[in-house]
Write a protein that binds this ligand. Structure first.
Ligand SMILES: O=C(O)CCC(=O)C(=O)O
Ligand SMILES: [Fe+2]
Length: 205
């Protein structure tokens, strides 16, 4: 279903210096999927080092990916676990949705984030690690509670915000990570959990 006010998938959400597309709701029954993933996956607190201090987050993560792929960010090496059937079929569905609008993707890893409530968030960062390449293509699928997603330009500080609903798919590409940071702000208004599946391609040399 489309209405006059929903953006076309190829519209660019960013005004300049990058490309973000909103593919809308792409999952028919997101809530059983959300509860399955909350219960079935081996969630672990994330460990982040900022300014030399190591913190464990209340946000929970799982790294999944092809065999032999591991990933390092914020100074830590992440071990990946093999694809589950569920996540592999979501990955194929996401790749198909992208292909339908002319974006060819073949992801080899996925960082899953679980935010148990609005008390959990993710601070401003760019996914600009060298192993993601110069212009990373990152697809993000949301499940569960609606949360605000905010982009902030690194130089101009301009902000662009959108709400991400259960079953909604967005994709970041081009220069987005070079020029913009993004975050999931904490909020007192949300008491329910949310999961994001962020599909990426890690370059192996
Ligand atoms: O939960 C989200 O939608 C954002 C996740 C994110 O930025 C990341 O995993 O790098
Ligand atoms: Fe990110």
């Amino acid at each position: 279903m489309t209405d006059l006010f929903s953006p076309a998938p190829m519209d660019n959400i960013l005004p300049y210096d990058g490309q973000v597309h909103d593919l809308g709701l792409v999952i028919d029954y997101p809530s059983p999927l959300f509860y399955n993933l909350v219960t079935e996956l081996p969630w672990q607190a994330d460990v982040v080092t900022l300014c030399g201090k190591t913190h464990t987050t209340t946000r929970q993560i799982v790294w999944m990916g092809d065999e032999g792929i591991d990933y390092r960010y914020a100074g830590h090496v992440r071990q990946t676990i093999p694809w589950t059937n569920t996540i592999l079929s979501i990955k194929q569905h996401v790749e198909q949705q992208l292909s339908d609008i002319g974006i060819e993707a073949s992801f080899n890893s996925c960082l899953l984030n679980y935010y148990p409530s609005g008390d959990d968030g993710m601070g401003y960062h760019a996914d600009d690690e060298p192993e993601l390449g110069a212009q990373p293509l990152i697809a993000s699928l949301s499940l569960g509670a609606t949360r605000k997603f905010v982009f902030k330009h690194k130089k101009t500080q301009d902000k662009v915000a959108l709400n991400l609903e259960s079953g909604q798919l967005i994709v970041m590409r081009g220069d987005t990570q070079t020029f913009w940071k993004h975050s999931i702000p904490k909020t007192k208004k949300v008491t329910e959990g949310r999961i994001s599946l962020t599909f990426r391609r890690i370059l192996t040399l």
